[in-house]
Design a protein around this ligand. Structure first.
Ligand code: SDX
Length: 425
């Protein structure tokens, strides 16, 4: 119910248009522009910079203050005190689990970690040097061909089963992408390990010997999963919601999210950050690259900097930077040359007025790649890790969309093409 009104006057219209204004629990009020269609008007907002596409109770971001809340809990507290399985439960259910609820959730996820054996053959169709994001996109999209028993999107139980299957299988699929690329045998999941520990086991274990999970790397991996779990209506999550609005099955919707995430302006930035740091190669070349980033005629951008919403530090970047220092110190890599370049680059950029004016700060992708590299994960797997982590966010938003009355998403346009004309002859 609208508690406020906006009034719009438009040249050429006899009377002003009254539009309802709604308030959420946090964040800006929204103007309901739906009545404009009846007046022969559309809103115009390329890139959806000022558009609230839905209402949601899952995640809140205050870009000006650098605040990120999941179910009301600040991301830095969740990263410090919670773990990925608990955050998955929170994003899906809106509340932290009791000890019993968490045990049941974790054990249910564990019972879905294996893939259908037929899917192993699917990998064989790819070149060994295929980008793992291409493989993940294909394999996740193909999952719907194995689960005809739970594809009724209007059935809450089916939606829940799909969520468990996707949360559970993404680490297995991701690790298999890596194993396939290096010609090592796929490793079956081990249900005696934690979610993060099992992922490391499937990535780096071999059938030849017992894999020992390093607790420092296990904690760092779990924290990276937590920090990437959800982020409101970002490009890939909005893609999943739009795909879901057509009634597409959840596996196809998640595959569309993976595809959207792959871009270097979005989740592909973590891989691009590492490639950029390696291209810079030495602190002496930082100024050259900062100048390129500032040059309006040069398409180069400082990867890992800037954000559509944050006009302050990305709170995840703060936690990631702290975790980066801890992990590298634990591994005796505190003098890692890439970390030194990254820290120097951050300092120079933040002191530079070009970045300060545009409020360009390090985002979640700036430090994550350095930790992933220290863990031993190859650069081309970084966005795969992001997709694995973000699956819970995607499926939570997909479930939220389907849990209330909805309609297919169908934006309009400002048409600038030719007016109607006769076909010649
Ligand atoms: C993620 O939306 C989310 O929530 C995404 C995400 C999530 O968790 O889902 O947080 C994950 O995608 C993080 C962002 C990762 N991408 C990168 O690190 C790539 C580098 N960043 C940029 O491409 C850019 O900052 C974006 C895409 C992130 C945001 O772009 P916007 O909001 O569309 O801003 P813009 O392109 O309009 O830039 C505003 C100005 C421009 O300069 P002017 O035209 O005003 O002179 O800032 C400049 C841009 O050229 N600018 C940069 C820059 N980012 C913006 N200049 C140099 N280097 C950069 N990184």
């Amino acid at each position: 119910m609208a508690d406020k009104k906006a009034r719009l006057t438009v040249d050429g219209l006899d009377e002003s248009i009254e539009l309802p204004v709604y308030s959420g629990t946090l964040g800006p009020d929204v103007i309901d522009v739906r009545p404009l269609t009846g007046k022969g008007l559309f809103t115009y907002d390329p890139g959806f910079v000022s558009t609230a596409a839905c209402d949601s109770s899952i995640t809140f971001i205050d870009g000006g203050k650098g605040v990120l809340l999941h179910g009301g809990y600040p991301i830095d507290e969740l990263a410090e005190k919670s773990d990925y399985m608990e955050v998955c439960y929170l994003l899906l259910n809106g509340e932290l689990p009791t000890a019993e609820q968490k045990d049941l959730f974790v054990n249910t996820v564990k019972n879905h970690t294996m893939l259908h054996e037929q899917l192993n053959h699917f990998y064989n169709g790819f070149r060994r040097d295929a980008h793992p994001m291409a493989i993940m996109c294909g394999v996740v999209g193909a999952l719907s061909s194995f689960y005809h028993d739970s594809l009724d999107i209007n059935n809450e139980h089916h939606r829940e089963v799909c969520a468990y299957r996707l949360i559970a299988k993404m680490p297995t699929i991701a690790a298999m992408c890596f194993k396939y690329s290096c010609g090592q045998p796929f490793m079956y999941p081990r249900n005696d390990l934690s979610y993060a520990g099992n992922f490391l086991h499937m990535m780096f274990g071999t059938p030849c010997e017992e894999y020992q999970v390093n607790p420092v790397l296990e904690k760092a991996m779990d924290r990276i999963f937590v920090l990437h779990a959800d982020h409101e209506q970002n490009a890939s999550t909005s893609t999943v919601r739009l795909a879901g609005s057509s009634g597409a099955n959840p596996f196809a919707c998640i595959a569309s999210g993976i595809a959207a995430l792959w871009g270097p302006a979005h989740g592909g930035a973590n891989e691009a950050v590492l490639n950029m740091l390696e291209e810079i190669g030495d602190e002496s070349r930082i100024d050259e690259f900062v100048a390129k980033a500032k040059d309006p005629n040069d398409p180069f951008r400082l990867m890992g900097f800037g954000h559509r919403v944050y006009r302050n530090f990305d709170p995840r970047a703060r936690v990631m930077k702290k975790s980066c220092d801890e992990v590298l110190a634990e591994l005796g890599l505190e003098n890692d040359p890439l970390l030194k370049i990254a820290k120097r680059l951050e300092q120079i950029a933040i002191e530079d007025e070009y970045f300060a004016e545009r409020k360009l700060y390090p985002n979640v992708d700036f430090y994550s790649g350095i930790i992933l590299k220290a863990i031993g994960i190859p650069t081309n797997m970084f966005t795969v890790i992001f997709a694995l982590s973000r699956t819970i966010g995607w499926i939570s938003h997909w479930s939220e969309f389907h849990s209330s009355p909805n309609k297919i998403g169908r934006p309009r346009q400002l048409y600038t093409g030719p007016t109607q004309r006769k076909y010649p002859g």
